[in-house]
Each structure stands twice: as structure tokens, then as C-alpha cells.
Design a protein around this ligand. Structure first.
Ligand code: SAM
Length: 285
């Protein structure tokens, strides 16, 4: 079944009485060039189990299943299940989990479903949970090799920004702490049904197998990073002190100990400075 043929897609959706949910970020890919590219650049290959987040009508799912040993896809919208039964009926290596990805036990899913396989994540992410999903995948320290996702262009720019620059955010620190991130290609809004108001881009994060910090230090580190960026116009000391409830004097001392001024802003600190500051502060708390 050609899931990038507009008439075929319209016919399936109509027969199943399906209407798009804006709230669930449902913009399905109809440009035939995109899904094979995501699959090929996203590690969908022999020896891999691929976790997909959000199937839509299965256009990317099918391309992943053609290449990888197994595909497990988490899809929240129950209305899509009968559609997927029809569109993916040719495959015997796809398993759909009708769940909210934010509540799904992904560690269990990976260990039970992808035994003996490497794991990669590939998705055209629902835009309303782009950062939370990426942070969840990273912070859970899941045994994943790579995360290849389509996101809105602005989100891609933030993800691929350099830590320590104005374009960076907490998510930039996250992806650069856990791995290396690369922008792969841009996708125009006309490639989707319905067309969104913005263009998109596909990025890939290759995850490090080792972590610089212990799990406990890492948790504290990301509390500091998230506090700093959630009030990024303030100085790092003001933001961290007010959101983490740490006396300002202590935060000033931590900054001083690692050679940073009291007026430092979180967005101007590079990865080494952020880590040094957080560890120093943790030692004082
Ligand atoms: N992969 C399909 C494609 O590219 O055409 C669909 C992508 S669409 C941008 C996002 C999909 O994620 C939708 O099918 C939507 O129902 C699903 N979704 C939205 N929120 C979700 C959540 N919290 N957990 C799992 N799936 C979700």
C-alpha cells in the first residue's frame, strides 16, 4: 500500500472516519522521499530493534520495518489502531503499543522486545512534546545507540546550537551531555498532511555509552541547568537560587570557586563550566 499517495491516504482516513487531532500534533508525512531517508540515516538495519514514537498511519513504521529486525511503535491515539492493522498487514515484525510515550515503561519494552539487538529510536515527533520526549529518552539512560527525529525547524536549531551561546537551551545541554548531535536535512511544510505552519528538520543524536557524572550528580546537574534556563534573563545565581531554594551566597561562592563571575548567565557557560559549577554547588548543599 502506498502511504504517500494522497488519494490512498484520503481513502483510508475517510473509510475509517478519521479526523486529524491538532492537539496530538498529527501531521502525517506524504512526501515519498522522507521516510526512507529517516530509516536509512537512523540505524534501521539488520541487528537493530527500532522504537518509533507516534505511528500516524504507519508511513515511517513501514520503512523502518523493511530494514530493521523489529519495530516497536508507541501510539497514543486508539483511533489509529484499526487503520494500522490495514496499512501494516504485510509486516510480521511490527508491534504497536497503544500508550502515551511519556508514561510508557520504555526500559522494560526495550529489554523484553529487543533482546540481542541494538536499539535505535526513529520518529516524526508530535511537536507539543518534542523536548520532554527527547529529555525523557536521554535522562532515563536507556540502552539506545541513536535517536533520529523530525522536529520543527526552530527546535532543531536549538538542539543543534553550541552550548555556551545565546541559541542554546536546557535541551542543548542535554543532547550534548548525553551524546553528539547532528542536523541531517530540512523538510518543507508541504511534505505533510495537513501542512503545518512551520518547516521541519531531521536531526540525529548518537549517544555516548559512558556518562561523565554519576546518576546522582547528573540529576543535580540537570536541576541546575533547567533552573538556569527557565529564567534565562536572570543571572544564573538568581535563577538557581530562587528555583532551587539555595541561599544566593552559596551560589555566589560556587561560581567564585570555579572562576566564574557572580553575574554569569547560564547560556554563556560551556559544558565544562556548567559541570564544574553544578558539582561545586552540590558539594555546598
Ligand atoms: N509517524 C507518522 C508520520 O510521520 O506520518 C505520524 C507523525 S505525527 C507528527 C505524531 C504522531 O504521534 C501522531 O500519530 C500522534 O497521534 C502521536 N502521538 C502524539 N502524542 C503522543 C504521545 N504522548 N505518545 C505516543 N504517541 C503520540
Amino acid at each position: 500500500m502506498n502511504l504517500t499517495n494522497i488519494n490512498t491516504v484520503r481513502d483510508i482516513l475517510e473509510r475509517h472516519g478519521f479526523s486529524f487531532s491538532k492537539g496530538l500534533g498529527q501531521n502525517f508525512i506524504i512526501n515519498p522521499d522522507i521516510c526512507p531517508k529517516i530509516a536509512e540515516m537512523g540505524n534501521a538495519q539488520a541487528g537493530y530493534g527500532v522504537l518509533e514514537i507516534g505511528t500516524g498511519i504507519g508511513v515511517l513504521t513501514a520503512e523502518l520495518a523493511k530494514r530493521a529486525d523489529k519495530v516497536c511503535a508507541v501510539e497514543i491515539d486508539t483511533r489509529l489502531l484499526p487503520i494500522l492493522e490495514e496499512t501494516l498487514s504485510d509486516f510480521d515484525n511490527i508491534k504497536i503499543f497503544n500508550e502515551d510515550v511519556m508514561k510508557c515503561d520504555l526500559r522494560k519494552l526495550i529489554s523484553e522486545e529487543f533482546q540481542g539487538l541494538h536499539t535505535a529510536v526513529c520518529a516524526n515527533l508530535p511537536y507539543y512534546i518534542t523536548s520532554p520526549v527527547i529529555m525523557l529518552l536521554l535522562e532515563s539512560r536507556l540502552p539506545i545507540d541513536s535517536i533520529t527525529v523530525m522536529v520543527q525547524k526552530e527546535a532543531a536549531q536549538r538542539l543543534c546550537a553550541k552550548v555556551g551561546t545565546r541559541d542554546s537551551g536546557a535541551i542543548t545541554v542535554g543532547v550534548n551531555y548525553y551524546g553528539t548531535v547532528k542536523s541531517l536535512f530540512n523538510v518543507s511544510r508541504g511534505s505533510f498532511m495537513p501542512a503545518p505552519n512551520v518547516d521541519s528538520a531531521v536531526i540525529r543524536i548518537d549517544l555516548h555509552s559512558e556518562h561523565r557524572l554519576s546518576e546522582e550528580d547528573e540529576k543535580f546537574f540537570f536541576k541546575v541547568v533547567k533552573s538556569g534556563f527557565s529564567q534565562r534573563r536572570k543571572t544564573a545565581a538568581n535563577a538557581v537560587s530562587s528555583l532551587m531554594g539555595i541561599p544566593k551566597e552559596k551560589v555566589y561562592s560556587a561560581l567564585k570557586e570555579v572562576g566564574l563571575p557572580e553575574t554569569a548567565r547560564i547560556e554563556s557557560l560551556d559544558m565544562d563550566q556548567l559541570i564544574a559549577f553544578a558539582l561545586e554547588l552540590k558539594g555546598m548543599c
